[in-house]
Write a new protein. Structure first.
Lengths: 249, 223, 359
């Protein structure tokens, strides 16, 4: 028994010695961030512990002393909240732009176009099932979708068909249901091989700034990671995964 | 304060607990009075929603009973809506989710009726139906009320399942618990607080009613 | 007339054959687990045995051959359960009213008539938990009678009350039954109760009915040892019959008992026999009694027990390897003869009282 106890304690201490950086990331980064983390690990040896959730959830957790060191979000409001609350260290950086896409799973019969003319047509002929967006109240992809819908003048008429997902990931998940015809989802998600083969998509003209900020008390290794996000290697990975990077600055 | 969400929550909780009255009673009666092969399996299956995370149930309802599946298609033909993203779907999900809360108290109170009492009723000429309505039902009444109130409160507080299959449609699947969640995420603390207090108040009142009622009626059954 | 034959092997074995005439009380007697309650439940329709037949008043209620098996509701039975099983949420009045036949439902007075019959007038609005044990039992009987049953079944109805109440209830049942002309089956493990109330008695053991007859027959002239053991026959022994000239002797553990002329025994038969302790006669020192010289045996008193004026004396017989025989004498005889432990005495075993049982 005592042997087991000391073994467990030993493992615990071994863990503490390796640098593990706790990163809180919005769920739209769930495909690109592990790749970035692996690249970072290979060059520095430091390991990243990634937590994906809705930006709002993560913000609340950080405000209540969750032990994260880096916060990556597509919603500038949440980042400024943390800055105002004095929870951050240093300035935020915008390391990429996420894009919005329309995605229709295989069962959907709609023909997608980036100007959403197909939506108007479907509403007129009464052959539209559900349309899903992330929650515009707090999810950045939802807000972006709402903006696009407002811009094309469809915001009011689409209300009866609207489904609201908790976050962008759930929005993707909902598009798989045969009750849903199309969804406004992260472009970074739909270009993943799995989703690509399960439906069709079209990119929309919309940019969501991806911000990164250090949480107060973060380690040097965390700062290194934030710096890493602005390197060419990181840019390369990001654009491969559907993000836009401004190579100037 | 999202009164529309409040209305959806109350409507869902009421409909669910009312539906669970015949369903729960039927299952409880079956389990209390018959010995059949697989009885324990049935009881375990009914208790399952108690121990499963709501996300599992939600996942199953969303993916497993999709409109393209056999049951999903039948549901659409029956109600006109898909199982996910509709009030009727939530109603169906809530019945499953709150089933053990309805069956367990009813079963325990039916089981507490001594078999001789039923037999005495039969020997006195009462058919099984009359025995149920005149003897077993009145004696099991505290358990039935408990079951109704518990399934009402439980459905009122339902979150995980609604989050997974509701789709947050205003007036239809946006329940108060979802509205609270959204408010928290959007940092609208005043809203979140007031809605939470209302839910808390209702839950407290209903559970207190159960205890008071049980204490006053249970003396009779102890004979 | 109630006729019952039942056979089954599981859940408990049964091999039952009994009958009861209208107006008679049949006591079904046996130890716990013998199957008495099961038999009653079969008659009531609460349990179906493997095979057999149950008929009452010429209605066939159960017949395994032509698959007849009426439900309790279809049989006109009145059953009183061991713990009465009154409906706790209903008043005494409603408990009885619920059992009334359809025709009687509208009869205002019927319930009150029944209450009067069991001497519970005035308690109609009470609830079962407000009644004493004896009162509850009477409500149970009234409820059983409400159905105008063709047979009245009582499952150890007196076991849940104290002795004083029990006596009162015996008297009540006795007076009640005179107005009833249906067979009454009373299950009990109490032999005295059976002897007091029953017209006919059946002993049941391990599910098998051993003997049916009047209580006197069963208790004093049991058919065989199995029955004798069930009815607590005292002085139960084994022996061998030997014929000498035209008379018979009973050879028992070195003692020879003269039986005189009998027609129920054969030469060289191994039998069991019993004698009532009342028929073992003390050879009194003070006042010698007639028949004193019949089958004398001697022994030493090893214990004495007095109950209600009768002293049971346990005597270890000297010749017979110290086998113990019981002798009942009245208390004053015991005192007059200064009987005490350790004393040597002689007794007579009255030949005509020796009851022979074949193996």
């Amino acid at each position: 028994m005592r042997f087991v106890l000391s073994l467990l304690l030993g493992c615990f201490f071994i863990q503490l010695h390796a640098e593990e950086i706790n990163v809180a990331a919005a769920s739209n980064l769930r495909y690109v961030l592990p790749v970035l983390a692996e690249e970072f690990e290979q060059t520095t040896g430091d390991h990243l512990a990634l937590s994906f959730a809705a930006s709002g959830t993560l913000t609340t957790q950080i405000l209540h002393d969750a032990p994260f060191e880096v916060f990556l979000s597509a919603n500038p409001d949440y980042v400024s909240r943390l800055i105002e609350a004095g929870r951050t260290d240093g300035d935020l950086i915008e390391f990429a732009y996420a894009q919005l896409a329309l995605y229709a799973a295989k069962h959907s019969t709609l023909k997608l176009d980036p100007d959403l003319a197909f939506v108007t047509k479907s509403i007129d002929t009464g052959r539209l099932n559900k349309v899903v967006i992330a929650n515009p109240k707090h999810a950045p992809y939802g807000q972006a979708a709402k903006m696009v819908l407002k811009k094309t003048g469809l915001w009011q008429s689409i209300q009866p068909y609207l489904l609201i997902a908790e976050n962008a990931s759930q929005a993707v998940q909902f598009t798989m249901s045969s009750a849903v015809d199309v969804g406004f989802v992260p472009y970074a998600h739909v270009i993943q091989p799995k989703l690509k083969t399960m439906g069709k998509f079209v990119k929309l003209d919309s940019r969501l700034p991806q911000q990164a900020v250090l949480i107060r008390g973060a380690s040097d290794a965390a700062q290194q990671f934030v710096n890493f996000l602005q390197t060419d290697a990181a840019h390369h990975i990001l654009s491969e995964h559907g993000f836009i990077v401004e190579t100037k600055e | 304060m999202d009164w529309q969400a409040f209305e959806v929550s109350i409507k869902l909780a009421l409909l669910t607990s009312i539906s669970l009255l015949p369903i729960g009673l039927g299952l409880a009666y079956l389990l209390a009075n018959s010995k059949f092969f697989g009885r324990e399996v049935l009881e375990a299956a009914i208790t399952l929603p108690l121990v499963l995370p709501p996300t599992v149930l939600g996942y199953f309802l969303l993916v497993g009973l999709d409109s393209s599946s056999f049951f999903g298609a039948w549901f659409v033909s029956l109600t006109g809506h898909s199982l996910a993203f509709s009030f009727s779907g939530l109603w169906f999900a809530s019945i499953i989710y709150s089933l053990p809360f309805a069956v367990q108290p009813m079963l325990r109170s039916l089981e507490s009726i001594k078999p001789e009492i039923r037999e005495a009723a039969w020997c006195s000429g009462l058919s099984k139906w009359r025995t149920f309505f005149k003897i077993e039902l009145p004696l099991a009444w505290p358990g039935i009320v408990t079951a109704m109130v518990l399934s009402f409160s439980h459905t009122l507080g339902e979150f995980g399942v609604v989050l997974m299959i509701g789709g947050n449609i205003a007036g239809e699947t946006r329940t108060l618990s979802i509205a609270i969640y959204d408010s928290v995420l959007a940092f609208e603390s005043a809203q979140a607080t007031s809605m939470s207090l209302i839910l808390l108040g209702i839950a407290l009142v209903s559970v207190t009613i159960v205890f008071i009622f049980n204490r006053s009626r249970s003396r009779l059954v102890q004979l | 007339m109630l006729k019952v034959t039942l056979q089954q092997t599981c859940p408990i074995p049964l091999d039952v054959d009994l009958h009861c005439n209208n107006g008679d009380i049949l006591a079904l007697v046996g130890p716990s687990g013998a199957g008495k309650s099961t038999v009653l439940r079969c008659i009531a329709g609460l349990h179906s045995s493997g095979s057999g037949q149950i008929s009452c008043a010429d209605h066939v209620w159960f017949d395994s051959e032509n698959k007849t098996d009426l439900k309790p509701q279809q049989r006109r039975i009145g059953m009183v359960f061991q713990n009465y099983a009154l409906f706790p949420h209903l008043t005494v009045f409603d408990n009885i009213r619920l059992a009334l036949t359809k025709q009687q439902q509208t009869n205002q007075h019927k319930v009150n008539d029944l209450l009067a019959r069991v001497h519970l007038t005035g308690l109609a609005q009470r609830y079962p938990h407000q009644l004493s044990g004896g009162q509850q039992q009477r409500v149970a009987i009234a409820r059983a009678l409400a159905r105008e049953p063709e047979v009245l079944l009582l499952d150890e109805p007196f076991s849940a009350v104290d002795r004083v109440t029990r006596r009162k209830l015996y008297l009540e049942l006795n007076s009640l039954r005179h107005g009833l002309d249906m067979p009454i089956v009373l299950v009990t493990h109490d032999l005295d109760e059976a002897a007091m109330l029953a017209d006919t008695m059946t002993v049941i053991h391990h599910g098998k009915t051993l003997q049916q007859g009047s209580p006197e027959q069963i208790m004093y002239q049991p058919d065989n040892v199995a029955v004798a053991k069930q009815v607590d026959v005292r002085n139960l022994f084994e022996g061998q019959i030997v014929k000498v000239d035209d008379r018979y002797q009973l050879h028992w553990q070195g003692v020879i008992l003269e039986l005189g002329q009998r027609d129920d025994v054969d030469h060289m038969q191994n039998i069991s026999w019993a004698i009532s302790p009342e028929k073992v006669i003390l050879h009194q020192r003070v006042r010698p009694s007639r028949g004193e010289q019949e089958n004398p045996v001697s022994g030493q008193i090893i214990d004495m027990l007095t109950l209600r004026g009768i002293t049971t004396v346990l005597v270890a017989l000297t010749v017979t390897n110290n086998i113990v025989i019981q002798m009942d004498v009245s208390k004053h005889v015991a005192e007059r003869n200064s009987l005490e432990k350790g004393q040597d005495i002689t007794m007579s075993i009255i030949a005509s009282a020796i009851h022979i049982m074949k193996e």
